[in-house]
Design a protein around this ligand. Structure first.
Ligand code: UDP
Ligand code: MN
Length: 246
């Protein structure tokens, strides 16, 4: 049986949310043995996401945790609490039985994922890495590989990062998550761009990383970002004869 891929997706309410989730679900539905852990940045589960998931046709777990208001700042990292909630659920679920083979991947709701990416990450033994497109002020960032080992990073931004890699650029085996029960994303002292390094430092070393995507020479995931929607002509009060979820 294939190892299960657990995709942890933090998500928050905004005009494009349902469009993003629809695109993501359309990708995930084509991936065998994938379990979607969708974590809403809210105090309660929203009706929109609940009914969306009910019709998504995907094995899923619907979690929620609000980001404390003091952390909602442009210069602070996003979705720390949500990713940790996903990690906690995974550990809780597997605490009794010895873990079935599984692979964890952090899948933001606005990125673009090729199907090949999931084939690559499926064989992760501990921690695997690959290039990410459209990130760090460059066309791509990638781990530099020599003789099958990661020896450095091709990046144009903060080259001092111990793991100069985006959240979409790595996967972790379930076994590693379970045998490092304290590994979490940290708020304290963590700047944007350092979340990945802070987390990976707790569970692996650069020397141990498994390069995927043909020794990290292929871009299979893109750090796309959706343009902010123009709602300039949206009426102040509800004017339509029907109430439509968008
Ligand atoms: N996110 C969230 N709460 C927020 C902002 C973002 O849950 O207040 C989620 C968002 O839906 C996405 C992930 O966190 O899945 C990363 O956010 P974003 O895509 O805005 O970050 P960037 O593209 O700048 O890395
Ligand atoms: Mn994003």
């Amino acid at each position: 049986r294939l190892p299960t891929i657990y995709a942890i997706t933090p998500t928050y309410s905004r005009p494009v949310q349902k469009a993003e989730l629809t695109r993501l679900a359309n990708t995930f539905r084509q991936v065998a043995q994938l379990h979607w852990i969708l974590v809403e940045d809210r105090a309660t589960r929203s009706e929109l996401v609940s009914s969306f998931l009910a019709r998504a046709g995907l094995p899923n777990t619907h979690l929620h945790v609000p980001t404390p208001r003091r952390y909602k700042r442009p210069w602070l990292p996003r979705a720390t609490e949500q990713r940790n909630a996903g990690l906690a659920w995974l550990r809780q679920r597997h605490q009794h039985q010895s873990a079935q083979p599984g692979v964890l991947f952090f899948a933001d709701d606005d990125n673009t994922y090729s199907l090949e990416l999931f084939q690559e990450m499926r064989t992760t033994r501990k921690v695997s890495v690959w290039p990410v497109g459209l990130v760090g002020g460059r066309r791509y960032e990638r781990p530099l590989v020599k003789n099958g080992k990661v020896v450095g990073w091709y990046t144009g931004w903060r080259e001092d990062r111990p793991f100069a890699i985006d959240m979409a650029g790595f996967a972790v085996s379930l076994q590693v998550i379970l045998s490092n029960p304290k590994a979490v994303f940290k708020r304290r002292g963590s700047q944007p761009g350092m979340q990945e390094s802070d987390f990976l430092k707790q569970i692996t070393t650069v020397d141990e990383l498994e390069p995927k995507a043909n020794n990290c020479t292929k871009v299979l995931v893109w750090h796309t970002r959706t343009e902010k929607v123009n709602l300039a002509n949206e009426p102040k009060y509800h004017m339509d004869t029907v109430n439509i979820e968008v």
